[in-house]
Design a protein around this ligand. Structure first.
Ligand code: GLU
Length: 482
């Protein structure tokens, strides 16, 4: 069902650039994107980089290039002009200062002059006494005179939200339903830090309003911040957007998804050779399912089928096995030329010369049936390009009299062989069995070993067809005992 309103749907992905895109971030971006597309709305990329302590040079560019590599296009963002530029918060500092002043004037925020040291002590005390770690309100009720005095003396300060201490905040979240929070548990959030930069909370609310965001779709970890945000919207007299907090991502043991148990950077999945199409499909199913529980979806299909209603409340397990399965599915079923293009950088990095395009595509086709990722595909494909290496155990098989007889026989026959079709090679196999009196493994193992480097693997005619006459004979000749 589409969201019905006379207002244009506007959603945003608002990452703080950390140097990599977390898979949870990609899920947030994707769900926002899908909701926008489904409702003919706008999807905005906004960079929340006001925490200067965490500033990482190049992080913004990296984030943008990763979103591009994945194929999630935004309508407005740092590199796409829109009506609400700039879309990078560090370029909007004066805007937040202005709004902080409005809150000070209306009495919904106050100057706090407490030193770092005092706050640290306070937190320690609270921890010892097992109290909620919130600011104790020492500066909440300073008189105008006192504030003036301290400002004049240039005592460093922050600006805090004057959150009501009594009552409760009630709100609705599209996934969590009715949420009620006891106001006494909510902190007097710092809005402007001592360096003059805003915190996430102020900048986020101000921008969501100014950028006319209608739905806030983000991770569940932000659910507890909603009361502060609602208070901010109300203090400014602004309409509160709709909230949609996406379920947590979990490790298979149901702990919160962490680096410790596997990769969380989208970039590293791309580097390992997961296809963007597979990643998108897999990520879409982290917390969302379709009406008919179908699993394979292109981005276009997701755009049509996505609905907030079918997002679960409970955590979604990030199952790498499923991702491998899905990537394998895409590798096998996508256009071979496309897979070839995607695989190219991996082959080049491995130092494989792929100028022979016919051979290259044949190699891709045989390899993609057997491995889940492009980096594993290259490992597999190396056997068609590089000299084979044999373990001691394999060398022993190669040296056996039976193997040597087969190799000599094949070298002789192959040199005369006119036709390399599958049928012809199968005929040669049959002939070898008759002439040398060998069968089954006795025949297949030594040959596959000689030509492919392991006893099991693709069918012999396939291997031979890819290697070609010259290379096939060369590989056999190399193994003849001197
Ligand atoms: N900058 C926040 C983050 O990186 C955004 C949270 C939100 O979407 O409101 O998670």
């Amino acid at each position: 069902m589409n969201y019905k309103s006379d207002k244009e749907v506007r959603v945003r992905f608002a990452p703080s650039p950390t140097g990599f895109l977390h898979v949870g971030g990609l899920r947030t971006a994707l769900f926002n994107y899908l909701f926008a597309r489904k409702n003919n709305g706008k999807f905005i990329l906004r960079i929340e980089d006001t925490d200067r302590k965490r500033y990482i040079p190049g992080a913004l560019e990296k984030l943008i290039s990763t979103l591009k590599a994945i194929g999630l296009a935004y309508d407005e963002g740092p590199d796409i002009e829109g009506s609400y530029s700039p879309y990078v918060q560090s370029k909007r500092i004066n805007i937040y200062k202005k709004y902080a002043q409005i809150l000070l004037n209306s009495g919904n925020a106050y100057y706090c002059f407490c030193s770092e040291e005092r706050l640290k002590k306070l937190r320690e005390e609270q921890r010892k006494r097992k109290l909620n770690p919130v600011y104790d309100g020492k500066c909440r009720n300073l008189s105008t005179e006192e504030v003036k005095e301290k400002l004049k003396k240039k005592i460093p300060y922050v600006i805090r939200l004057k959150f009501p201490k009594k009552g409760t905040t009630v709100f609705y979240d599209k996934i969590h339903g009715r949420v009620e929070v006891d106001n006494s548990l909510v902190d007097d959030q710092i809005l402007i830090k001592s360096d003059g930069f805003p915190t996430y909370h102020l900048a986020n609310v101000v921008d969501d309003h100014l950028m006319k965001i209608t739905h806030i779709i983000r991770g569940e970890e932000w659910l507890s911040s909603v009361p502060k945000h609602i208070f901010l919207y109300k203090s400014f007299g602004w309409e509160v957007p709709k909230f949609v907090h996406l379920p947590l991502l979990l490790n298979p043991d149901r702990s919160k998804l962490s680096k410790r148990q596997g990769d969380v950077a989208v970039e590293s999945y791309l580097e390992k050779g997961y296809l963007p199409e597979a990643l998108i499909n897999f990520i879409a199913l982290l917390g969302w399912h379709s009406a008919d529980d179908k699993e394979i979806y292109s981005l276009k299909e997701l755009e049509k089928n996505f609905s907030l209603r079918r997002i679960n409340k409970s955590g979604a397990v990030f199952d790498i096995e499923k991702l491998n399965w899905m990537n394998g599915h895409y590798l096998r079923s996508m256009d071979i030329k496309y897979v070839g293009e995607k695989a190219k950088p991996f082959f080049e990095k491995a130092g494989i010369n792929i100028n022979d395009n016919e051979k290259y595509l044949k190699v891709i086709d045989i390899s993609r049936k057997r491995v889940p990722t492009l980096s594993q595909l290259v490992e597999f494909a190396k056997k068609f390009y590089f000299d084979l290496e044999f373990t001691e155990e394999y060398r022993a098989i190669i040296a056996e009299e039976n193997s040597q007889r087969i190799y000599s026989y094949w070298i002789k026959k192959l040199k005369k062989q006119e036709n390399w079709s599958e049928d012809e090679i199968n005929l040669l196999i049959k002939k070898t069995m008759e002439d040398l009196g060998v069968k089954g493994k006795e025949l297949y193992f030594p040959l596959r070993l000689a030509l492919f480097g392991s006893c099991t693997g693709p069918e012999l005619p396939t291997i031979i067809e890819i290697l070609g006459r010259e290379e096939t004979v060369k590989r056999l000749e190399k193994l003849i005992n001197k």
